[in-house]
Design a protein around this ligand. Structure first.
Ligand code: AGP
Length: 615
């Protein structure tokens, strides 16, 4: 979840590292730091708790040196403090390290260090890495030996980047497990490395990610990669097509705002070339499942975390209705530890924007290793670990980079991707044919336009943000396909406005949560005209009878509902399967305006990180 950057070459390293940290600080942003080595081995370590701006403000004179490493932290072990910020150094300052992941056996390693007379000065798990390396150097190992030895000793998913004072021209980098990537970038007479691609894009598009179990020695003169057994791995960087402009904020105040507004385009890009109307059908070029494999499926399991899981909950309806297969959706972190039962007849669909969420990757590995289940990844990041684990069977969202920590455009695109997959499976199985197939595809084609129309209600959403911003709690209610959207709306609200919110199935509300309802509890009711509308209407009556302020998101022209509630936000009339795309928009916008109205940091909410690479 932390961000790592490294540079070696002809430029002054300090500014390159700070600029790289800017691009990475959506990953973690509670502390940051850089270490720069001068050619004569002078080491400058500058670090600060707080936002990156605190570090930048503290540096009046950037340190000299053309090689360095940097880090933006999301605290796991140890408080947010200057001392716990990275980089960490060995007690003799011979070794400096930045780290992402969790050293699961750090207590044991600390005890070993203690026995050898070395005391860690921070509360972090990370510090054991430079301290152990320093110890091994003093015992006679060279840097490569010390690095490799420590890689073999630390447990858990970890990305480690290290420099030795005595070698001011080389950076060592390693990836162990799924704790987050390291991508090497090749410049002209210079090398870069970073946790992910966007940080490298201003400098180079010629890149090579480290695979699990690989470590590299990176220098301007050349780079070598090895596996943990010491076998050489070819260094063959490839050119990637990612537009640096797409990651800029443009005219918007926040990335989240930009990403909300660009959802019609994101959806069109996701659907384009995959769904066709005449003759109706869906093709998914990157899904390598054969028709025979699809016909042998008996069940689908969708896994994901957070927003991706909510999209998966909507996807469950699509699989049942369009593919005709019994489907479950599970939280990946719960699924992997509950000893579930499945087999090769179950298709596992892993939904993960980043493709790097450790729990989702862990569950993906388990379903292959324990049950031989076929897997498809729904992800926004080409070549991500999830895509690779699915043996290339991926549906890429094609959304462009999502920088806002609170996911928005990838939520709608993930739903669209699962809709496409469900149509494809239904088509091959003969479940979805003729007029039914035509209708399904045509309905999906309307989604970008529907989202565009829903965005036109932003002023009403701003109004709701204004009237609710001093409230302590909000209840989101929905039924059927709208229940996952209610959960997503509540998640957005919690994430960025810090208002406590719950997303509830409206029918469950009277089994407990109704006790909370009074005039101080606004209820956001997702009530489009769908087969559950009448039931939803009754639930709205029940909360109104207890004085709740009701904000209803309903179908335009529903005058009866509009006149019955306090605020009515219309969405276009659409097929009920498409309605989650429409209702998601006010849910996102309300959260956005609640947050901005409270002066919250929308793109960097407290305690969160974009990519969660720890359990
Ligand atoms: C969404 O707003 C959150 N940032 C979070 O719940 C996120 O969806 C979750 O961490 C899963 O991430 P992934 O899609 O990259 O796997």
């Amino acid at each position: 979840m932390c961000g790592i950057i490294g540079y070696v070459g002809k430029q002054a390293a300090g500014p390159v590292l700070l600029e790289g940290l800017q691009r990475l600080n959506y990953r973690g942003y509670d502390s940051s730091g850089i270490a720069v080595l001068d050619h004569d081995g002078a080491l400058a370590v500058l670090k600060r708790s707080g936002k990156l701006a605190e570090l930048e403000a503290s540096i009046s004179d950037p340190p000299a040196g053309r090689i360095g490493i940097g880090h933006t932290r999301w605290a796991t072990h140890g408080a947010v403090s200057d001392g716990n910020a990275h980089p960490h150094v060995s007690d003799d300052s011979a070794v400096v390290v930045v780290h992402n992941g969790i050293v699961e056996n750090y207590r044991e390693l600390r005890a070993q260090l203690g026995q050898a007379g070395v005391t860690c000065t921070s509360e972090t798990d990370s510090e054991v890495i430079p301290q152990l390396m320093g110890l091994y150097l003093r015992e006679g190992a060279d840097f490569a030996e010390a690095f490799q030895r420590v890689l073999g000793e630390i447990k858990g998913g970890n990305a480690v980047v290290a420099m030795e004072r005595a070698q001011p021209d080389q950076i060592y980098a390693a990836r162990l497990g799924n704790a987050g990537g390291i991508v090497l970038g090749v410049g002209e007479g210079e090398m870069f490395l970073a946790s992910d691609l966007p940080a490298l894009l201003p400098h180079t598009t010629l890149v090579q990610p480290l695979e699990n179990g690989q470590w590299a020695v990176v220098s301007a003169a050349g780079t070598t990669i090895r596996d943990l057994a010491g076998e050489a791995v070819p260094f063959e960087p490839v050119k990637v097509n990612l537009d640096p402009v797409a990651v800029a904020k443009g005219p918007y105040k926040h990335f989240m705002q930009k990403e909300i507004m660009e959802q019609p385009r994101a959806l069109s890009d996701c659907i384009r070339g995959r769904a066709r109307v005449n003759p109706a059908g869906v093709s998914l070029e990157d899904v390598t499942l054969t028709d025979d494999q699809i016909r042998s499926l008996r069940r689908v399991l969708i896994i994901g975390m957070g927003t991706s899981m909510h999209a998966g909950m909507v996807g469950r309806f699509y699989m049942e209705r369009l593919a005709g297969l019994p489907t479950d959706c599970d939280n990946a972190s719960e699924f992997r530890y509950r000893e579930p039962l499945l087999g090769p007849e179950t298709l596992v669909v892993a939904v993960t924007q980043s493709g790097e969420t450790v729990d989702t990757l862990g569950a993906m590995a388990q379903v292959r290793d324990d049950w031989g289940a076929p897997r498809v990844a729904v992800t926004n990041v080409e070549g991500s670990e999830a895509a690779r684990m699915a043996d290339g069977s991926a549906i890429y969202l094609r959304c462009g980079p999502e920088i806002g920590v609170a996911s928005t455009k990838t939520f709608v695109a993930s739903m669209a991707a699962m809709y496409l997959l469900a149509c494809r499976i239904g088509q091959v199985r003969g479940y979805l044919q003729g007029a039914k197939l035509e209708h399904a595809v045509e309905a999906l084609m309307t989604a970008p336009g529907i989202v565009d129309q829903a965005l036109a209600q932003k002023d009403l959403c701003r109004h709701v943000g204004r009237i609710c911003r001093h409230i302590g709690h909000i209840l989101y209610l929905g039924r059927g396909l709208q229940y996952p959207v209610a959960m997503e709306g509540a998640l957005k609200c919690k994430e960025i406005s810090y208002i406590h919110a719950e997303g509830y199935p409206a029918g469950e509300m009277k089994h407990g949560p109704i006790a909370l309802i009074d005039r101080n509890m606004p209820v956001i009711a997702l009530a489009p005209r769908d087969p559950l509308y009448d039931k939803m209407w009754s639930n709205i009556q029940q909360v109104q009878a207890r004085d709740a302020t009701v904000i209803a998101v309903g179908t335009e022209g529903d005058e009866e509902l509009a006149s019955a509630v306090d605020v009515f936000i219309p969405i276009p009339a659409c097929d009920p399967l498409i309605a989650p795309f429409a209702t998601a928009i006010p849910a996102q916008l309300i959260a956005y305006y609640l947050a901005t109205g409270r002066g919250a940091d929308v793109d960097q909410p407290r305690n969160l990180a974009k990519t969660v690479t720890v359990e």
